[in-house]
Design a protein around this ligand. Structure first.
Ligand code: ZN
Length: 413
């Protein structure tokens, strides 16, 4: 790719302004097997840009989505808090919009059916669309109708031809992962019933910046949205955002509610105007605001290394909890390898026995921690820290302490 020709994936403006440059990094979800440790490993630039025209923060595409997602190791059903979130969402939607046996609920990137199972329990017809074959097969086994496909205007047209218009079209943590953003949103418009509702959840750029969550930047995550920008993208494709919720998930997400622009049955709620105002007041419509972030990230790296070097000098041991994509960005950017971290643990059997990409830290099951009694347990998925601290509270028996590195180094006494 010629760097001078990188253009905004929404509006096509040449990208000239770096948002934050995290150096060279491997694909965050490419966990390694033992035999791969002896081989070369591809690293790609992790340099995000901000568009001076629409303010979309974005990573240029280096890998085809097929390579990134075809054997995706992430199974949603392994997180308890995420399952609760999915169940609460289902109740909320049924209560507010009255979906029933005559409705059709379609989820894009439906994973192993973790969310659709709750609609199915209520007797509501569901359809999952999931590009990763291994995860889609888990959904099918659980009785969730699922087609193995990437979603875009072509898939949407096939669904529309079969009269499978969605009354509720769901996309959780997928909008940010779409390389061809315009084709995806065009597809939403095509797949949606004339009176249907779209809800999409994605991390909120405002929270990413406020809370220093630079580790949520990785190659599989192409776009980072403010509300102002996502509203503009949807409007361009004839969709109207009529409501929005600010959620605590993934460190602070938005759930947007959209309909066809001409669907008068869904008036725009005050919350939409309030959030636009809040972002404008915070400078999300000026480049200067975005420029401040890079220096904050460098400072954070220095603080993390300071803390770890001092602890190592005192003879302390570090182990991590979790093997999330965000942990891989953080460890690779900071250069924290097995010289600092003895190992990490993860509940997912699909990750155990593998190694973290780039830094080559081994992944074991959580029981290992009882055996080696580390001084510090670094929680990489900081968004789940309460849950993990409860689960692993026995580390306090030998004086072990929990550590979170984002937004800043914090040791929990
Ligand atoms: Zn743009």
């Amino acid at each position: 790719m010629n760097n001078t020709q990188v253009r905004c994936r929404f509006c096509g403006t040449p990208l000239e302004h770096s948002f934050v440059d995290l150096g060279m990094s491997p694909l965050a979800n490419s966990y390694l097997k033992a035999e791969q440790l002896q081989q070369m490993e591809p690293f790609y630039p992790l340099n995000t840009y901000v568009c001076e025209n629409c303010f979309l923060v974005q990573l240029p595409e280096f890998q085809s989505p097929e390579n990134i997602f075809s054997d995706y190791a992430y199974f949603s059903s392994y997180s308890d808090s995420w399952l609760n979130h999915a169940k609460d969402y289902t109740d909320l939607m049924v209560e507010r919009f009255g979906f029933d046996q005559r409705s059709r609920v379609t989820e894009i990137a439906s994973n192993d059916g973790y969310l659709l199972q709750y609609f199915k329990e209520k007797g509501i017809p569901v359809l999952g669309i999931e590009p990763a074959r291994n995860v889609a097969e888990a959904a099918l086994k659980a009785g969730i109708p699922t087609i193995v496909k990437f979603f875009g205007s072509e898939t949407a047209r096939e669904l529309a031809n079969e009269e499978n218009h969605a009354d509720l079209l769901i996309g959780n943590n997928v909008l940010a992962h779409v390389p061809n953003l315009n084709d995806f949103v065009r597809g939403l418009k095509i797949a949606l019933h004339p009176r249907g509702i779209i809800t999409m959840e994605f991390p909120h750029l405002m929270r990413l910046m406020d809370e220093n969550q630079f580790d949520t930047i990785y190659h599989e995550h192409f776009s980072y949205f403010s509300f102002i920008t996502v509203k503009e993208v949807f409007a361009f494709h004839g969709l109207k955002i009529f409501d929005v919720d600010e959620l605590p998930t993934h460190g602070g997400s938005l759930r947007i509610y959209a309909s066809h622009a001409d669907d008068a049955s869904k008036p725009v709620e005050q919350r939409v105007r309030d959030l636009v105002r809040k972002e404008e007041d915070n400078g999300f419509n000026t480049l200067e605001h975005y420029w401040s972030f890079g220096e904050k990230v460098k400072q954070t790296k220095r603080n993390i290394l300071d803390f770890m070097i001092q602890a190592k000098r005192r003879g302390k041991s570090f182990v991590c909890y979790g093997a999330p994509a965000k942990g891989n960005t953080l460890l690779n950017y900071c250069g924290i390898r097995s010289d600092f971290i003895d190992y990490t643990v993860d509940r997912s059997p699909h990750k155990q026995g593998h190694f973290l990409p780039g830094v080559h830290v081994p992944i074991y099951g959580p029981d290992r921690i009882k055996e080696t009694r580390p001084d510090y347990l670094i929680i990489l998925p900081w968004n789940l820290k309460e849950e993990i601290m409860k689960q692993m509270s026995h580390i306090r028996d030998w004086g072990g302490q929990f550590v979170v590195l984002i937004p800043e180094v914090k040791v929990f006494e």
